[in-house]
Ligand binder design. Structure first.
Ligand code: ATP
Ligand code: MG
Length: 604
């Protein structure tokens, strides 16, 4: 029987060639050990039981030998002698099954609990991450880590460790036994192993340079596919025969070409080791028979060795395959940790103890990665006033809003509420003070009612309904089949952009925080709805401290203060009338906004 290794298995072995195998295993175990916790004993027991199982699996060869041996010498044996050995073989087989199954059970208990620990620990790390970073990672990628990547570790933990150990032990025990039985045949048994290993080594050597290209080409293909799928809507509408299709085709073709190229180099060696390793039997038969004829070995011993040689090759192939999983396990865990490895957000533990709700940005510097996008913003606004942020797209308005709700830590400077630094207070304390309605709204796939309830989990039904009404939701809720009990769909897909925004607004209304941050809260609205919404907003923001961002300047011209942002700086902050006179940038924005609102589609 030939056991073909999987393509993945072969690639793993390539990785393995980069590192010393034992070192690799030790490294991986060290990395996994903290997550195994008290369940480590299950994995240890799994390995012990499986090893005992292997012993039970090898023992029948001896009983077989004890039966065959006297027969080959023509000696008389009675039925009870045979029966005892047959029963012993049966007991061994049953024992093997029990031990193996019990070993697998233990290894799975160990594995699934390790995964549970891994997930809980990653969740804890994720919770400490800046919220902004979590948004950037994207739900798709986070889901992949929490489900797919961690699940792959299950396969490695539940099978690779215990079964790997067992499959390494089988050939070692058998070869030792062969040497004890006949050192000549023992030596012979090493021949396919040496040839197989040599072929594998040659394959690795000749394929190694191409391996890095392979990983690059695979990564390129993954990235392009993800980009393509994410941008499917745009591609379908705008770019049907254009670049994206071509790029998609190119990377897929280049991946195919590389893989085939790589195979061409490797397949002769692969063919040698996959066929040589399991065919020890073919060597044993002619050589063993000649030795029997030449009188160097007794027939019974030759038969024993011959039987045992069946088990060597498949186990070696399996063990190599499993050994190759260790670097993969190491790689996965490192990747997982790296992903969650952003420094945790500087979250304080204090309650809110500001002496007012005055907000002050002091010399705030911030960059998403290395590039700074906010360059020393000073801005303050008083309790109970409305402040607007205006400026060209990309000038840093949303970023400032996110900094106030502590989505990210600042590079330098400070943001205080009533004199208390926001990094001093716990996120809960800050959240109690500030409600944020952002440009991108997320709804959970539960009922709209529950989506609003998130704003204030203990709220009564009447309060929720009132919030929905004040956010102008009633008009579309009445149209929905189940009204406010309608499911929002995955990420709120069932609703239009404007409807989603109104639900989020209802959430913020219910929360009733004293400071409200509105980032383009009416961006998706048609003029009629926008009017209604603005009326609602006016009522909501009464007596509150408000920071509002809007492109249509007409909506914020009455704000107490308007801060004009340009390239990450606040270049002026004053009232509408005064800015019109003193700030040419504001005048330009205002003129553009006025002309945009009077745009008409030219009649033909
Ligand atoms: N998640 C992010 N990662 C990296 N850079 C970002 C990220 N979000 C925004 N930026 C960059 O920061 C700068 C400010 O962006 P911001 O979203 O604050 O602008 P904005 O004034 O709100 O624009 P708009 O009016 O279009 O909403 C831009 O140059 C943008 O490219
Ligand atoms: Mg913005």
């Amino acid at each position: 029987m030939f056991l073909m290794p999987s393509y993945d298995g072969i690639k793993n072995n390539f990785r393995l060639a980069n590192a010393n195998e034992e070192e690799e295993e030790e490294k991986v175990l060290k990395k996994v050990a903290p997550y195994m916790g008290e369940y480590r004993k299950y994995t240890v027991w799994a390995a012990i039981l499986m090893t005992l199982g292997i012993v039970a699996n090898v023992l029948p060869y001896f009983f077989l030998y004890q039966i065959i041996s006297p027969l080959t010498r023509g000696e008389q044996i009675d039925a009870s002698y045979i029966l005892v050995r047959v029963i012993a073989v049966a007991v061994c087989e049953i024992l093997f099954s029990i031990l193996y199954v019990q070993g697998l059970t233990f290894s799975h208990i160990g594995a699934y609990n390790t995964l549970k620990n891994l997930r809980i620990s990653l969740k804890a790390k994720l919770e400490k991450q800046p919220l902004g970073n979590i948004q950037e990672l994207g739900t798709g990628r986070i889901k992949k880590v929490f489900t797919d990547d961690i699940d792959q570790i299950e396969l490695l933990l539940a099978h690779a460790i215990p079964e790997g150990i067992a499959n390494i032990l089988i050939p070692i025990i058998i070869i030792v036994l062969m040497f004890i039985t006949s050192w000549r045949l023992g030596l012979l048994s090493l021949v396919p192993l040496v040839v197989g290993m040599f072929a594998m080594g040659m394959m690795m050597k000749s394929g190694m340079e191409k391996m890095n290209d392979y990983y690059e080409s695979a990564a390129r293909m993954n990235n392009t596919i993800i980009e393509y799928v994410n941008g499917m809507e745009v591609v379908k509408v705008f770019n049907k025969d254009g670049d994206s299709y071509k790029r998609f085709g190119d990377v897929v073709r280049s991946y195919r070409d590389f893989t085939l190229d790589w195979y061409k180099v490797c397949w002769p060696w692969m063919a040698i080791y996959t066929s040589v390793l399991p065919c020890l039997v073919l060597l044993m038969l002619p050589f063993g028979s000649m030795m029997v004829l030449g009188g160097t070995i007794a027939l019974d011993k030759m038969i024993l060795v011959f039987c045992m040689s069946f088990a060597v090759g498949p186990s070696v192939l399996k063990a190599l395959n499993f050994a190759g999983k260790f670097p993969q396990l190491d790689y996965k865990i490192t990747e997982l940790e790296k992903m969650m490895d952003h420094p945790p957000i500087k979250e304080g533990t204090a309650a809110f103890k500001g002496n007012s709700l005055d907000v002050e940005f002091k010399d705030v510097h911030f960059g998403y990665e290395d590039k700074e996008v906010i360059h020393g913003v000073d801005l303050s606004f008083k309790q109970g006033t409305t402040t607007a942020l205006v400026g060209e797209s990309g000038s840093g308005k949303s970023t400032l809003a996110k900094l106030l709700v502590h989505y990210y830590d600042l590079n330098s400077g400070s943001i205080t509420i009533g004199g208390q630094d926001i990094t001093d207070m716990s996120l809960e304390a800050l959240n109690d003070q500030v409600a944020f309605v952002s440009q991108e709204q997320f709804l959970f796939n539960t009922s709209l009612y529950e989506n609003i309830l998130i704003g204030k989990p203990g709220a009564t039904r009447a309060e929720v309904l009132e919030a929905a009404q004040r956010a102008q939701c009633n008009e579309f809720l009445e149209r929905l089949p189940d009204g406010i009990e309608t499911q929002a769909g995955d990420g709120g897909k069932q609703l239009s952009g404007g409807e989603r925004q109104r639900i989020s607004l209802a959430r913020a209304i219910l929360k009733n925080a004293p400071i409200i941050v509105l980032d383009e809260a009416t961006a998706f609205m048609d003029p009629e709805n926008e009017e209604k919404m603005n009326a609602a907003l006016d009522e909501i923001i009464k007596d509150k401290t408000v920071l509002v961002i809007a492109h249509r300047l007409s909506t914020i011209m009455n704000a107490d203060k308007i801060c004009v942002m340009k390239e990450g700086k606040c270049i002026a902050a004053d009232t509408h009338d005064r800015l019109l006179e003193s700030c040419p940038e504001y005048k330009k924005l205002w003129d553009a906004s006025v002309s945009a609102s009077t745009w008409k589609i030219k009649e033909v």
